[in-house]
Design a protein around this ligand. Structure first.
Ligand SMILES: *[C@@H]1O[C@H](CO)[C@@H](O)[C@H](O)[C@H]1NC(C)=O
Ligand SMILES: *[C@@H]1O[C@H](CO)[C@@H](O)[C@H](O)[C@H]1NC(C)=O
Ligand SMILES: *[C@@H]1O[C@H](CO)[C@@H](O)[C@H](O)[C@H]1NC(C)=O
Ligand SMILES: *[C@@H]1O[C@H](CO)[C@@H](O)[C@H](O)[C@H]1NC(C)=O
Ligand SMILES: *[C@@H]1O[C@H](CO)[C@@H](O)[C@H](O)[C@H]1NC(C)=O
Ligand SMILES: *[C@@H]1O[C@H](CO)[C@@H](O)[C@H](O)[C@H]1NC(C)=O
Ligand SMILES: *[C@@H]1O[C@H](CO)[C@@H](O)[C@H](O)[C@H]1NC(C)=O
Ligand SMILES: CC(=O)N[C@H]1CO[C@H](CO)[C@@H](O)[C@@H]1O
Length: 689
């Protein structure tokens, strides 16, 4: 921050300094300021910005339930973008309290307050010595290697009655919490198809067509040929039969389905091949609508290194299940930032900015706007960088959007994800359904996360045995989708199990080439967040699960503290009081498709999320056809009526040296509430207002 430009001396203010009544510590740095620092000249004018508490952060949940809980008489009465923006602006009382305090001290005059347009901030340029008196602190200037000067303090105080109305003040203590772990993550797709970074080993795939040694199971004898080998080769036809999904008839413009993609990009040649072979109802050449967010580009040539399979698979499944409805791809971030080259580990913010302009400078949990050094910034000076201004509210968000990407929750500061999760809540208020793949490494996050080969957490003497929850699956306002599978002898009339597959064994059998650990074992991602508590509508389901006496479930647990600093306490491997995920699941195994025009078999929750997204899209289409609005945030309705899903009760999600959690009757942190039962879902969601 080049605050020196503001350094001017003012005539000395000589008002009596009113001492603040009962000041309380408002914020304190975790790590002291650097040694090399200097007290600021008391007469230097510094820009003080007071972030007002967004009052409705605390009532947002109730508002969301009002429009999403089936027992609410306002179900489905979603808010407009403007209404949501106004709802989260600070209340008048907050503004009055803070202003009265400022004027009461005699240090600030009415005319000196600049009230920012988005209502979130009070801005005052004032002499440092007055700011110090106001906040009971000393301000220092700290010069960095490149000569930038920043201002900060170790801690500051506010009167108790003011403190509750203020989010934070800057300059103040360092805003973004330090990364808890030293290694910066590579954001990666959760596809069975590939890892995110081009340098990571490609995911294995087998040669078509069948599982080696497989022979027609007796139960499949009477089935039509296209349904006989679903246990080893899932297709859109198999998926429709599994979940009783009808052939779609509608394509109402408001129900185009969205897919989030970054770095990875689809190839038209590949998806056309898929339609030709496995979804002949879709004309080859059928394209998605591509929206470029901050320089993202798609499609690419089939042999492009960015064609890793994630986008291809998302599109194969979404288009083949909802056609003639269309799909919109949000291709997010320019190449330097999305490739991980710039070390940016933030996730989703540039996307959310582009579809909700108010999020660009939204203040919550002590963070305003994007986090420098965490989120990509634009214009991007790099070669091939996006040279335009950051896109804020440039695009409309589709009613349903599926995200097959994620990263270890622990990599992102708590406040960062709280702010982002609150934005997801706001999108739910507006009637959007946001789905995310729950991850592919069981109770761990990506291999290598946190410096651990398997992607598990460590603490004290516990070396890689603590479960590592994934984000954004841990946000309680998203719909996290786990993966299920059939076993080779199963047909579409059998119950599915939790998806787990030994890729090495599979590859040896099919001769598809080596798979090295830790990428050799896939299991559907699930567990408990360290940052979020369960939403009330989920609490009972979790309680029921945890009181079961299941095999493998005797491992110790911990109860997370407010700063999430006691992970692994007392030998615990998971946070028993966290939000549990996934919420639901869908098939994520044995998808035969084409990437780089080569057939291969793919696994992962990346398959499950677009399938569930397609189901919600079809339900929205049916509601539209009778003049009803979109479902929006679907979780409360599903937890209240789990019978509209097929409960999955077999399998588990091992990793971190344990068997993970076990699927069971009712909700479990393996397959959630279960897979779609389309006719029941349809009848139920058509019955809601
Ligand atoms: C990709 O395919 C194009 C067209 O077939 C070809 O010209 C190009 O050399 C290929 N690139 C790579 C990296 O294989
Ligand atoms: C795509 O396939 C071609 C031909 O099989 C191969 O030479 C090329 O390396 C592949 N490209 C990628 C990115 O996998
Ligand atoms: C977004 O939707 C609104 C309302 O339907 C429409 O007027 C506007 O043109 C759309 N904007 C874009 C960028 O598609
Ligand atoms: C933790 O386990 C890994 C893999 O077994 C090993 O390489 C590493 O040295 C261990 N670390 C400690 C601190 O024991
Ligand atoms: C499938 O069922 C047959 C007959 O019951 C059995 O012999 C075979 O081992 C089973 N295969 C698998 C992969 O379970
Ligand atoms: C997967 O299968 C291979 C080959 O059979 C075996 O060596 C390996 O231990 C298995 N891995 C897991 C995690 O079960
Ligand atoms: C249940 O899941 C296990 C793996 O955990 C699998 O071996 C078994 O075949 C499954 N049983 C059924 C009936 O699907
Ligand atoms: C936040 C961040 O690191 N953004 C980067 C995006 O990429 C360009 C160049 O590659 C960097 O200059 C930005 O800082």
């Amino acid at each position: 921050m080049l605050w020196q430009y503001l350094l001017v001396h003012t005539s000395v203010f000589s008002g009596a300094l009113a001492a603040s009544l009962s000041p309380v510590l408002h914020e304190k740095r975790d790590i002291p300021l650097p040694e090399i620092k200097q007290r600021i000249d008391g007469d230097a004018i510094i820009p003080v910005r007071i972030g007002l508490r967004q009052s409705n952060l605390h009532t947002g949940y109730n508002r969301l339930m009002e429009v999403s809980h089936p027992s609410s008489e306002n179900y489905g009465k979603h808010l407009t973008k403007e209404e949501v923006h106004a709802l989260f602006a600070p209340a008048e009382e907050t503004l009055d309290t803070v202003k009265n305090w400022l004027f009461g001290t005699g240090l600030v005059d009415h005319s000196e307050i600049i009230h920012y347009e988005n209502k979130g901030w009070l801005a005052i340029d004032m002499p440092a010595k007055h700011a110090e008196t106001l906040l009971g602190t000393h301000f220092y200037e700290i010069e960095s290697h490149n000569g930038d000067v920043r201002i900060g303090c170790e801690e500051y105080y506010l009167p108790a009655h003011v403190s509750s109305h203020v989010d934070y003040i800057k300059p103040g203590v360092k805003l973004s919490a330090p990364m808890k772990k030293k290694q910066l993550p590579q954001k990666r797709s959760v596809a069975g198809a590939d890892s995110f970074h081009p340098s990571h080993p490609r995911m294995p795939h087998t040669r078509p067509p069948h599982y080696p040694g497989w022979s027609l199971p007796p139960a499949a004898w009477g089935l039509p040929p296209e349904l006989q080998n679903c246990g080893v080769n899932i297709t859109p036809t198999c998926i429709k039969a599994l979940y009783d999904i009808p052939n779609p008839i509608f394509s109402q413009p408001e129900n185009a389905m969205g897919l989030f993609e970054t770095y990875d990009a689809f190839s038209q040649e590949d998806i056309s091949l898929f339609f030709q072979h496995f979804a002949t109802n879709v004309p080859a050449g059928t394209k998605p609508n591509v929206i470029s967010v901050d320089g993202g580009t798609a499609p690419v040539a089939p042999n492009d290194t960015r064609n890793g399979g994630e986008s291809d698979i998302d599109l194969d499944l979404a288009i083949s299940l909802i056609y003639p409805q269309t799909v919109t791809v949000y291709q997010v971030d320019d190449l330097p930032n999305s490739s991980g080259e710039t070390g940016v580990n933030g996730f989703l913010n540039t996307f959310l900015d582009s579809v909700d302009g108010s999020y660009c400078d939204y203040s919550a949990f002590g963070i305003t706007g994007d986090s420098p050094g965490v989120d990509a910034s634009y214009p991007d000076p790099a070669t091939d960088g996006y040279k335009g201004q950051k896109q804020c509210g440039t695009y409309n968000l589709t009613r349903v959007v599926s995200i097959s990407y994620g990263e270890a929750e622990v990599y992102l500061p708590k406040a960062y994800v709280e702010r982002q999760c609150n934005e997801i809540l706001k999108l739910g208020l507006q009637g959007h359904t946001i789905l995310v793949a729950s991850g592919d490494y069981g109770v761990a996050s990506f291999p290598g996360s946190n410096g651990d080969a398997e992607g598990c957490l460590s603490s004290g003497t516990m070396n890689g045995t603590i479960y590592n929850p994934d984000y954004p699956a841990g946000c309680p306002y998203i719909t996290a989708v786990g993966a299920t599978r059939l076993y080779p002898n199963d047909t579409v009339h059998d119950a599915e199990s939790a998806m787990q597959v030994n890729l090495t064994a599979f590859n040896i059998a099919t001769g598809a080439g080596p798979t090295s650990p830790p990428y050799d074992f896939f299991a559907t991602g699930g567990g408990f967040s360290n940052y979020f508590k369960p939403a009330p509508f989920q609490a009972l389901a979790i309680e029921e699960y945890l009181k079961k006496d299941l095999p493998y479930q005797s491992l110790p647990y911990y109860e997370i503290n407010a700063d999430a600093t006691n992970i692994g306490e007392k030998g615990g491997v998971y946070n028993r009081i966290g939000r549990g995920y996934p919420d639901v699941s869908a098939n994520g195994a044995f998808l035969l498709t084409y990437v780089n025009q080569t057939a291969g078999t793919f696994f992962g929750t990346s398959l499950a999320s677009p399938i569930f997204g397609a189901v919600v899209t079809l339900l929205n289409e049916a509601r539209s056809a009778v003049g009803k609005g979109p479902i929006g945030f679907i979780n409360p309705a599903l937890y209240a009526n789990p019978f509209v899903l097929n409960d999955i009760t077999n399998g588990s999600n091992p990793n971190c040296g344990s068997q993970g959690f076990q699927a069971s009757q009712g909700w479990d942190p393996v397959t959630g509430l279960g897979t779609p039962n389309f006719p029941r879902m349809l009848a139920y969601f058509l019955s809601l207002p």
